[in-house]
Design a protein around this ligand. Structure first.
Ligand code: AMP
Ligand code: MG
Length: 487
């Protein structure tokens, strides 16, 4: 277990030089205080969880102090936003403080979001509000606990510093951890600006540090692209299977590692709704829940374009062609498990689709349905769930097929079935209204609800005593919350 002073830095990205990032010091926030820390994320740095309670912790992650070995940099990148190319983006309010390696030899980027203005801030103030920082913290840690790859969050530091959004709010900082902060948009930036040497340097850096096994392949860059396609197909299959809507799948928000990255107006589905749009400025529904699947491919094509200096167009096209079948295979596998099925049959896809259509028509809670389906033997469970559906005849027809399908699985014991299903069907998810309750309390200085919610969501598959209120459908006020896109 380490103290804060014992962190060891190895700033590999900073060493790439000034063509990739600009040195910027964090701009401190007033009266920094710990809102919440994740001991699981601290463990990634071998940090003793007790250090989160020391004043120096809030000073470090509130921008007041810096390790001598840190080299804070704002990274430059570009990207496609809502389908249009934006030639100049970059860290407008976040800084890569440095790369820390742990006892296991893993490197983790320390990225401080809300650290003040940078050369890439454009008209922005360089700040993040408490509300969005808490949302990012809770979501990163909750996704990780669900088994969905994500950047992690070490802590949120609150402050007295006022910031203006739709109304006056308070600034906060969130310390994000990821093995890399390189986005699709990094490759796009060097490709479209025709900075050939830097582009090459970036590609070598990513290959060597993040895809070392691809170096052994006959065509290393093609192998790397293939790996990125595979990881994204799997990531998006998990989003779809668990009802996570990212909301801003611009290519500058897509991690080269295939992890969930850059949290904005994201949401988990309450009622199942394939057309759900969580981002209120997404008027066309480009990033609606079901569109995440084709958008994943669109984004990979944008990355492919930026890799044309290294890989033939035919090979890129062929590799892109793997995305959809891979996605479908992962998705179907996850949905089979969610239904408690351990074998594969040809009609399983249809069984899933019909269920989702019924859920859509009746506005059935996506998370609780699967959890309750595993609570009891199939025959009993469907009899209990029937009342949630408006189209009872439709549900009965589906349930008959499901029961027959479960029968053909052979005879797992009641306990085996429940354990297997509960291990993949969470009881607790980060519902928007739960996040909102925690934020409202935190805005008035009470962080206990953030702590409780973080704690509950860190074991989403385990029923926790006294936590029934976190496993409910939202109340009416919490169903269609407008989550502000300003953050
Ligand atoms: P996002 O929508 O959060 O992914 O941000 C898109 C771009 O806008 C990125 O380059 C951000 O760094 C930048 N940005 C977002 N909010 C701010 C802000 N308050 N101040 C400066 N830059 C910002
Ligand atoms: Mg972003």
């Amino acid at each position: 277990m380490k103290a804060l002073d014992d962190l060891t830095f190895d700033n590999r990205f900073a060493r790439l030089g000034d063509g990739f990032s600009t040195h910027v010091l964090p701009e401190p926030i007033d009266a920094p205080r710990l809102v919440v820390a994740s001991s699981a994320a601290m463990a990634l740095l071998d940090l003793d969880p007790a250090v989160a309670q020391t004043p120096v912790f809030a000073e470090l992650f509130g921008g007041h102090k810096l390790w001598a070995e840190a080299e804070p940099r704002a990274m430059v990148y570009s990207g496609h936003q809502f389908g249009s190319y934006n030639p100049q983006l970059g860290d407008g309010r976040g800084l890569l403080l440095g790369e820390v390696y742990n006892a296991a030899g893993e490197h983790w980027d320390l990225h401080l979001k809300g650290a003040g203005q940078t050369p890439y801030s454009r008209m922005g103030d360089g700040r993040a509000v408490l509300r969005s920082s808490i949302r990012e913290f809770l979501a990163s840690e909750a996704l990780h606990a669900l088994g969905i790859p994500s950047s992690r969050a070490l802590c949120v530091i609150g402050s007295d510093t006022p910031v203006w959004r739709e109304k006056q709010e308070r600034a906060a900082m969130v310390l994000r951890l990821a093995p890399s902060h390189i986005r699709f948009g990094h490759f796009e930036y060097f490709y479209y600006t025709q900075k050939t040497e830097l582009h090459q340097q970036l590609a070598e850096h990513v290959l060597k540090l993040h895809f070392p096994e691809c170096q052994e392949q006959p065509e290393p860059y093609l192998a790397m692209f293939r790996e990125i396609v595979e990881r994204n197909a799997e990531l998006i299959a998990k989003w779809q299977a668990y009802g996570f809507c990212h909301g801003v799948m611009n290519t500058d928000n897509m991690s080269i590692l295939g992890i969930t990255f850059d949290f904005g107006p994201f949401a988990f589905l309450d009622d199942f709704d394939a057309h759900f749009i969580c981002n209120h400025s997404d008027h066309e529904g480009r990033y609606s829940f079901s569109n995440q699947v084709p958008i994943g491919q669109w984004n990979l094509s944008a990355l492919a374009q930026a890799l044309t200096p290294y890989i033939s167009v035919e090979a890129l096209r062929e590799t892109l062609g793997l995305y959809l079948p891979l996605y479908q295979a992962h998705y179907l596998d996850l949905m089979r498990r969610r239904l408690g099925l351990t074998t594969a049959e040809d009609d399983d896809q249809k069984l899933v689709e019909r269920l989702l259509q019924l859920m859509q028509n009746s506005g059935v809670d996506y998370t609780l349905f699967f959890r309750r389906l595993g609570d009891e033997p199939a025959v009993l469970a469907v009899a209990q769930l029937r009342d949630d559906f408006v189209d009872r005849a439709g549900f009965d027809a589906w349930a008959d097929e499901y029961k027959a399908r479960v029968e053909r699985e052979g005879n797992a014991s009641e306990t085996q079935r429940r354990e297997r299903m509960h291990a993949v069907n969470p009881l607790y998810i980060l519902r928007n209204y739960l996040a909102q309750n925690a934020i409202t309390a935190a805005e008035s200085g009470d962080y206990s609800e953030v702590h409780r919610l973080h704690e509950v969501l860190s074991k989403p598959f385990e029923e926790q005593a006294g936590m029934e209120q976190y496993a409910q459908r939202p109340p009416d006020w919490g169903k269609h919350l407008e989550i502000s896109c300003s953050s």
